[in-house]
Ligand binder design. Structure first.
Ligand code: ZN
Length: 182
Protein backbone atom coordinates (compact mmCIF):
# COMPACT_ATOMS: atom_id res chain seq x y z
CA UNK A 1 0.00 0.00 0.00
CA UNK A 2 2.99 2.32 -0.11
CA UNK A 3 4.37 4.13 -3.17
CA UNK A 4 7.01 2.18 -5.07
CA UNK A 5 10.09 4.15 -6.11
CA UNK A 6 12.44 2.55 -8.64
CA UNK A 7 16.05 3.72 -8.75
CA UNK A 8 18.10 3.13 -11.91
CA UNK A 9 21.81 2.87 -11.02
CA UNK A 10 22.88 3.72 -14.59
CA UNK A 11 21.40 3.86 -18.08
CA UNK A 12 22.73 0.60 -19.59
CA UNK A 13 20.06 -1.53 -21.29
CA UNK A 14 20.08 -4.39 -18.79
CA UNK A 15 19.24 -1.91 -16.00
CA UNK A 16 16.57 0.27 -17.65
CA UNK A 17 14.76 -1.99 -20.15
CA UNK A 18 11.48 -1.99 -18.21
CA UNK A 19 11.92 1.25 -16.31
CA UNK A 20 8.92 2.83 -18.06
CA UNK A 21 6.66 0.28 -16.33
CA UNK A 22 7.34 1.94 -12.94
CA UNK A 23 5.43 5.18 -12.40
CA UNK A 24 7.88 6.68 -9.86
CA UNK A 25 11.41 6.81 -11.22
CA UNK A 26 14.75 8.11 -9.93
CA UNK A 27 18.17 7.84 -11.56
CA UNK A 28 21.61 9.42 -11.97
CA UNK A 29 21.84 13.16 -12.52
CA UNK A 30 24.77 12.55 -14.88
CA UNK A 31 22.64 10.77 -17.53
CA UNK A 32 19.22 12.14 -16.54
CA UNK A 33 18.46 13.87 -19.85
CA UNK A 34 18.91 10.62 -21.79
CA UNK A 35 16.09 8.90 -19.89
CA UNK A 36 13.71 11.05 -21.97
CA UNK A 37 14.88 9.41 -25.21
CA UNK A 38 16.64 6.18 -24.18
CA UNK A 39 18.97 6.72 -27.10
CA UNK A 40 20.70 3.49 -28.23
CA UNK A 41 24.01 5.35 -28.12
CA UNK A 42 23.86 5.51 -24.31
CA UNK A 43 21.80 2.39 -23.44
CA UNK A 44 23.69 0.12 -25.90
CA UNK A 45 20.31 -1.46 -26.76
CA UNK A 46 21.71 -2.05 -30.26
CA UNK A 47 23.93 -4.78 -28.75
CA UNK A 48 20.72 -6.71 -28.20
CA UNK A 49 19.80 -6.56 -31.89
CA UNK A 50 22.23 -9.24 -33.05
CA UNK A 51 22.13 -11.31 -29.89
CA UNK A 52 21.58 -15.02 -30.56
CA UNK A 53 18.55 -16.27 -28.53
CA UNK A 54 17.83 -12.76 -27.26
CA UNK A 55 14.42 -13.91 -26.03
CA UNK A 56 13.15 -17.38 -25.15
CA UNK A 57 9.63 -16.55 -26.35
CA UNK A 58 8.41 -13.92 -28.82
CA UNK A 59 6.57 -11.03 -27.07
CA UNK A 60 4.39 -10.65 -30.21
CA UNK A 61 4.00 -12.59 -33.47
CA UNK A 62 6.63 -11.53 -36.01
CA UNK A 63 8.67 -9.69 -33.36
CA UNK A 64 12.33 -9.25 -34.25
CA UNK A 65 15.22 -8.45 -31.93
CA UNK A 66 16.34 -5.88 -34.52
CA UNK A 67 13.20 -3.84 -33.74
CA UNK A 68 13.91 -3.73 -30.02
CA UNK A 69 13.69 -0.21 -28.57
CA UNK A 70 13.78 0.83 -24.93
CA UNK A 71 10.75 3.05 -24.22
CA UNK A 72 11.49 6.53 -22.83
CA UNK A 73 11.26 6.70 -19.03
CA UNK A 74 11.77 10.31 -17.85
CA UNK A 75 13.08 10.65 -14.29
CA UNK A 76 11.00 12.38 -11.63
CA UNK A 77 14.02 12.68 -9.38
CA UNK A 78 17.73 12.83 -10.15
CA UNK A 79 20.35 11.54 -7.73
CA UNK A 80 23.98 12.49 -7.24
CA UNK A 81 26.76 12.11 -4.70
CA UNK A 82 25.59 12.98 -1.19
CA UNK A 83 21.86 12.95 -1.93
CA UNK A 84 19.67 10.80 0.28
CA UNK A 85 16.74 8.48 -0.40
CA UNK A 86 14.60 8.34 2.72
CA UNK A 87 12.25 5.35 3.01
CA UNK A 88 11.05 6.35 6.48
CA UNK A 89 12.59 3.40 8.30
CA UNK A 90 15.78 3.42 6.23
CA UNK A 91 17.96 6.15 4.80
CA UNK A 92 20.19 5.59 1.79
CA UNK A 93 23.12 7.81 0.91
CA UNK A 94 23.80 8.14 -2.82
CA UNK A 95 27.36 7.49 -3.96
CA UNK A 96 28.55 8.48 -7.45
CA UNK A 97 30.90 5.67 -8.51
CA UNK A 98 31.96 6.14 -12.15
CA UNK A 99 34.15 3.77 -14.14
CA UNK A 100 31.97 1.01 -15.54
CA UNK A 101 29.85 3.90 -16.83
CA UNK A 102 30.16 7.64 -16.15
CA UNK A 103 26.73 7.79 -14.49
CA UNK A 104 26.97 4.83 -12.09
CA UNK A 105 25.42 5.49 -8.70
CA UNK A 106 24.98 3.25 -5.67
CA UNK A 107 22.84 3.35 -2.52
CA UNK A 108 24.39 2.91 0.90
CA UNK A 109 22.58 2.66 4.23
CA UNK A 110 25.23 4.02 6.60
CA UNK A 111 23.27 2.88 9.65
CA UNK A 112 23.29 -0.86 8.93
CA UNK A 113 25.70 -1.30 6.02
CA UNK A 114 23.25 -2.38 3.32
CA UNK A 115 24.76 -1.51 -0.06
CA UNK A 116 23.14 -1.60 -3.51
CA UNK A 117 26.08 -1.33 -5.88
CA UNK A 118 24.61 -1.49 -9.38
CA UNK A 119 27.52 -2.16 -11.74
CA UNK A 120 29.98 -0.06 -9.74
CA UNK A 121 31.10 -3.34 -8.16
CA UNK A 122 29.77 -6.87 -8.38
CA UNK A 123 31.07 -10.40 -7.91
CA UNK A 124 31.55 -11.38 -11.56
CA UNK A 125 33.66 -10.20 -14.50
CA UNK A 126 33.86 -6.40 -14.23
CA UNK A 127 33.23 -4.65 -17.53
CA UNK A 128 35.47 -1.64 -18.12
CA UNK A 129 35.85 -1.65 -21.90
CA UNK A 130 32.56 -0.16 -23.09
CA UNK A 131 32.83 3.07 -25.09
CA UNK A 132 31.78 5.08 -22.01
CA UNK A 133 33.90 3.13 -19.49
CA UNK A 134 36.84 4.90 -17.83
CA UNK A 135 39.54 2.76 -16.20
CA UNK A 136 41.14 5.61 -14.26
CA UNK A 137 37.77 6.54 -12.82
CA UNK A 138 37.04 2.87 -12.10
CA UNK A 139 40.33 2.60 -10.19
CA UNK A 140 39.39 5.63 -8.07
CA UNK A 141 35.99 4.02 -7.42
CA UNK A 142 37.68 0.78 -6.30
CA UNK A 143 40.02 2.74 -3.99
CA UNK A 144 37.01 4.38 -2.43
CA UNK A 145 35.15 1.09 -2.02
CA UNK A 146 38.10 -0.42 -0.10
CA UNK A 147 37.11 1.72 2.88
CA UNK A 148 33.33 1.50 2.62
CA UNK A 149 32.05 -0.24 5.78
CA UNK A 150 29.37 -2.44 4.25
CA UNK A 151 27.61 -5.33 5.94
CA UNK A 152 26.16 -6.81 2.75
CA UNK A 153 26.40 -5.68 -0.86
CA UNK A 154 24.08 -6.53 -3.72
CA UNK A 155 25.57 -5.88 -7.14
CA UNK A 156 23.94 -5.60 -10.55
CA UNK A 157 25.25 -9.06 -11.44
CA UNK A 158 26.60 -12.09 -9.56
CA UNK A 159 26.10 -13.18 -5.97
CA UNK A 160 25.89 -10.82 -2.99
CA UNK A 161 29.08 -10.07 -1.07
CA UNK A 162 30.36 -8.92 2.32
CA UNK A 163 33.02 -6.27 3.04
CA UNK A 164 35.89 -8.78 2.87
CA UNK A 165 34.80 -10.07 -0.53
CA UNK A 166 34.23 -6.51 -1.78
CA UNK A 167 37.81 -5.62 -0.83
CA UNK A 168 39.06 -8.73 -2.68
CA UNK A 169 37.17 -7.71 -5.82
CA UNK A 170 38.38 -4.11 -5.60
CA UNK A 171 42.00 -5.10 -4.91
CA UNK A 172 41.87 -7.63 -7.75
CA UNK A 173 40.76 -4.90 -10.14
CA UNK A 174 43.45 -2.50 -8.89
CA UNK A 175 46.12 -5.18 -9.39
CA UNK A 176 44.91 -6.09 -12.88
CA UNK A 177 44.79 -2.50 -14.04
CA UNK A 178 47.96 -1.29 -12.32
CA UNK A 179 49.71 1.06 -14.75
CA UNK A 180 46.73 1.15 -17.15
CA UNK A 181 45.17 4.54 -17.66
CA UNK A 182 46.19 5.68 -14.17
ZN1 ZN B 1 26.18 -1.62 -16.91
Amino acid sequence: GKPLLVVATHIHLDHVGSLHEFPLRAGPRHSAAYFNSMDDAVTYAHMFHDLEDAVSKLPAPGWKAADYKIPPAPLMRTLDEGDTVDLGDRLFRVLHLPGHSPDSIALFDEADGLFFAGDAIYDAMLIDDLPDSDRSAYRRTMQRLLDLPIRIGHGGHGPSFDAKRMREIANGYLRRTDGIGA
